[in-house]
Ligand binder design. Structure first.
Ligand code: NAD
Ligand code: IPM
Ligand code: MN
Length: 362
């Protein structure tokens, strides 16, 4: 018997590749994490469409409690498989983690690594450097609603948009705190939080968001508080992305805006995200989905997942390891050591190998 219990300083990470290209980009990401020699223990889980079709399990009954208890972070690939048209497994696993583990802040950085990746003319990397803070546990995602007179000519479908005072307040406060704590890539301070909604039409939800935004912003007099309607914001995002710093919004608008914003970064293959509750086990995933048409072909871009790993390592305090990943990914893009969606000629595995090898040499 030892005089003290064994203590491991290693960060414990659950790895859930999921479906489609998730099963290709996550192995590359694991390779890259290993190349950093980060002090981590990685444990794979097979929760996916495949598993669901085999034995009906989406996530085991104690799954969320186990993740919260036994892991410091979770790295997820993507969910979605044409063989499961209801998408029930994605709902139970992915939305399950977000909702049941109360990961209320979906943080989606929007950064351009190289001018060649942006479809806009004359845009430099420093011009695209903002972050979308998406509310992640409420809104139109709560699945509140129902059918009335279903399958009759008089059918009615209701889908509720749920916005709690607590939920709105904590995400807005998170956005201001994020603005205070983070700098831009060039080291300059973040200075502005913009709340976007559709309060001119959705007056109840928008009214609450506007009131709470005004109240919380008073606690941060050094940060500029701005507002735009979400339709106008979409137009502005593709005309001049320099206008943005920190954007905070609801679940649905955040989902849509971050696919649009991914376009500025070079496409969905480049966008990273974290699903965060400060102090709790948080989950990290690329913004893209399972991309069924390109799955299994070794052509998916692994950089969204790889940059997501950097975000996760930063969150875990493994900052120098995260920096290595970011530097290697940046160099890959500059040298066109990329997959075809970015104009390169590498396959998924080769792109992962290149980044891992570059890190090993650092
Ligand atoms: P998607 O993100 O899978 O694909 C959209 C487009 O982007 C496709 O043209 C695809 O080929 C391309 N793309 C995406 N990731 C790429 C990558 N890494 N490299 C190169 N190209 C890439 O979105 P979709 O087609 O709307 O959805 C497909 C499935 O994924 C659906 O079942 C959807 O519900 C699911 N989905 C899951 C997540 C998630 O698990 N987080 C996110 C979005 C969509
Ligand atoms: C995302 C995805 C998910 C969402 C889907 C797969 C449920 O599009 O993470 O952006 O809508 O949040
Ligand atoms: Mn989405």
């Amino acid at each position: 018997m030892l005089p003290f219990p064994a203590v491991s300083q290693k960060k414990r990470i659950a790895i859930v590749p999921g479906d489609g290209i998730g099963r290709e980009v996550i192995p590359e990401t694991v390779k890259v994490i290993a190349a950093t020699k980060a002090s981590v223990d990685l444990t794979p889980f097979d929760w996916s469409a495949e598993r669901y079709l085999a034995d009906g399990v989406t996530i085991p009954p104690d799954g969320f409690a186990m993740l919260a208890r036994d892991f410091d972070a979770i790295l997820v690939g993507a969910f979605g498989d044409p063989r499961v048209p209801t998408n029930i497994h994605a709902k139970e696993i992915l939305l399950g983690m977000r909702f049941k583990m109360d990961l209320y802040a979906n943080v989606r950085p929007v950064r351009l690594l190289d001018s060649s990746l942006c479809p806009l003319k004359g845009i430099e990397p420093r011009d695209v450097d903002f972050v979308v803070i998406r509310e992640n546990t409420e809104g139109m995602y709560v699945d509140a609603g129902g059918f009335f007179k279903q399958h009759t000519p008089d059918e009615i479908a209701v889908q509720e948009d749920i916005n709690s005072r607590k939920g709105v307040e904590r995400i807005i406060r998170y956005a201001f705190d994020y603005c205070e704590r983070h700098t831009k890539q060039d080291g300059s301070p973040r200075q502005r939080v913009l709340m976007t909604d559709k309060a001119n039409v959705m007056t109840y939800a928008g009214g609450l968001w506007q009131r709470v935004f005004k109240e919380v912003s008073r606690e941060y007099p050094q940060i500029a508080a701005e507002h735009m309607y979400v339709d106008a914001l979409c137009m502005q995002m593709v005309r001049d992305p320099r206008a943005f710093d920190v954007i905070v919004t609801n679940n649905m608008f955040g989902d849509i805006l971050t696919d649009l914003a991914a376009g500025l970064q070079g496409g969905l293959g480049m966008a990273a995200s974290g699903n965060i509750h400060p102090g709790k086990t948080s989950m990290f995933e690329p913004v893209h989905g399972s991309a069924p048409p390109i799955a299994g072909k070794n052509i998916a871009n692994p950089f969204g997942a790889i940059l997501t790993a950097a975000m996760m390592l930063n969150h875990l305090g493994l900052n120098s390891e995260a920096e290595k990943i970011e530097a290697a990914a940046l160099e890959a893009v500059r040298q066109k050591k990329t997959t075809q969606d970015l104009g390169g000629s590498l396959r998924t595995k080769e792109a992962g190998d290149w980044v891992a090898e570059r890190i090993s040499k650092l």
